[in-house]
Design a protein. Structure first.
Length: 488
């Protein structure tokens, strides 16, 4: 018996208004703007003092419901993917509570009382795990209902750190159902990988305040940038290998045939490097011509072809680099040299840049959304393709999710007939039209958690944090609990 297709039928986004222009930031920090432009992007967003990971998620979900005229009573699964939780007990149910209240104010029915409300956490991969679980839900006990997955995150890095220009904030909500209107997903064709890398990127909140006690408000990561970049490449390669093996595919042939690539994107250069490396891995796996192309690139880069093959195919003990003495070492030193040479070839533009071109303009302005970065890029790519009358119907695109720590997912999706009308309703460009550019003083003020009097933004049609509880009495406690309000 054939399976009913399941997948994505709608996407909506919310980004906070406060924008940091990276050219301005480069001047504040005395950084090379041309390098920041080429490696990172153009700007990023920050949440305001009345915004949180939960209000952003609720804003995206409410927009999704209204844009795609979803019957709330049919939503029996609402998942939150995030690594920015400020409550270690409740999660997606907080979002449900806000949505229910707003829907009732609008004279609509609330979400189903029988709705599941899980939260998924695995660095930037939590939302993808939420999507996979939604597909499984729809294929089993939830086949007659609808599912919503919202990815909401706040990416913050220490002032003056190497990660500072790669910040960002926002939320992306997706509607999943049977007989989807945008794209189908068959999980039997996807690939998975995971391997523990302790010093890649972590948020050990229990010890961050120096007292040995939990400091739940800490959202600044402990990270090792060069090591993290190598972990990204290695885990992605393993997930792709799993997908190729499960589908019996030739890696090099697939890379040429797939219509478009969307990957986890913390900043501009990382997915470019990742897919460029994947292409080189594909050449190494193809003895019918691919290896000769790789050999030629090795010769141009003045590295030994046999040693490059050993670097690719040998056992990569990536976790062994997670020690103080080796954390800055290159895990792929020779292959990185080959990649730099490959960038000079037309093939790099054809098989890397062009495959990843859809939606890149929006992403260079959006910054790092952690769990929302991949869904946002996919949404921006679909919207751009629809506006430019690019025909994606019945074509396959590839989603590659990644979460530090480490895990990766390679998920092929097929765009369905009639997708264009749906994609034009996503409105990610409209979601970014609220930009309020910050000066240096305002930026520092927001990062320090205070509100500059000069910040002028009046929220409309969105949720805000109304107040935060502070009582700790016998019989009543609400210390630290956020209270929310919908501003119509």
């Amino acid at each position: 018996m054939s399976k009913t297709p399941t997948g994505i039928s709608g996407i909506a986004a919310y980004v906070p208004p406060y924008r940091v222009d990276l050219q301005d930031w480069s001047a504040w920090r005395d950084q090379d703007w041309s390098k920041i432009r080429d490696v990172v992007g153009l700007g990023f967003r920050l949440p305001g003092p009345k915004q949180s990971v939960y209000t952003m998620a609720a804003n995206a979900v409410l927009r999704l419901i209204e844009k795609f005229e979803i019957d709330p009573a049919k939503v029996r699964y609402l998942a939150l993917g995030t690594e920015s939780s400020t409550d270690n007990s409740a999660g997606a149910v907080i979002v449900k509570g806000m949505i229910d209240e707003a829907l009732l104010e609008k004279g609509m029915q609330p979400l189903s009382r029988n709705c599941e409300v899980p939260e998924f956490k695995h660095a930037c991969l939590g939302g993808i795990y939420g999507i996979k679980n939604a597909i499984r839900f729809l294929n089993t006990d939830g086949h007659d209902s609808k599912a919503i997955v919202v990815c909401s995150d706040i990416a913050l890095y220490g002032l003056g750190s190497s990660g500072e220009p790669t910040q960002g904030a926002g939320a992306v909500a997706m509607l999943l159902e049977t007989d989807p209107k945008l794209a189908t997903m068959d999980l039997s064709e996807s690939g998975s990988a995971s391997d523990y890398r302790g010093l890649d990127f972590r948020k050990p909140i229990q010890y961050r305040n120096g007292s040995g006690q939990t400091c739940a408000s800490s959202n600044i990561p402990v990270f090792n940038g060069r090591y993290s970049a190598s972990c990204y490449i290695d885990e992605m390669a393993h997930a792709l290998d799993d997908m190729f093996a499960r589908r019996g595919l030739n890696a090099e042939a697939y890379q040429g045939q797939v219509e478009a690539i969307f990957m986890h994107r913390p900043f501009r250069r990382m997915p470019e490097n990742g897919w460029g490396m994947a292409y080189l891995f594909g050449l190494a796996a193809n003895t019918n011509g691919g290896q000769e192309e790789l050999r030629s690139l090795c010769d141009e880069a003045c590295v030994d072809f046999g040693e490059v093959l050993q670097e690719i195919n040998g056992p990569r003990q990536v976790s062994g680099y997670a020690v103080r003495e080796k954390i800055r070492d290159e895990i792929f030193p020779l292959l990185n040299k080959v990649l730099r040479q490959f960038r000079k070839h037309s093939g790099y533009k054809e098989f890397v840049l062009q495959k990843m071109s859809l939606g890149t303009g929006i992403m260079e302005e959006l910054g790092n959304l952690y769990s929302g970065a991949l869904p946002a890029w996919f949404a921006a790519g679909l919207e751009e393709a629809a506006r430019n009358s690019i025909d994606l119907a019945n074509k396959e695109v590839l989603l590659i999710g990644y979460g530090s720590g480490d895990a990766a997912e390679a998920i092929p999706v097929r765009i369905v007939d009639g997708w264009r009308d749906v994609a034009l309703r996503i409105g990610i460009e409209d979601a970014m039209a609220n930009a309020v550019d910050l000066n240096e003083k305002q930026y520092i003020s927001l990062r320090q958690g205070s509100a500059e009097d000069s910040l002028t933004f009046e929220p409309k049609d969105e949720f805000v944090v109304d107040r935060i509880g502070s009582l700790d009495e016998e019989g009543f406690q609400d210390t630290g609990i956020e209270y929310y309000r919908y501003i119509n």
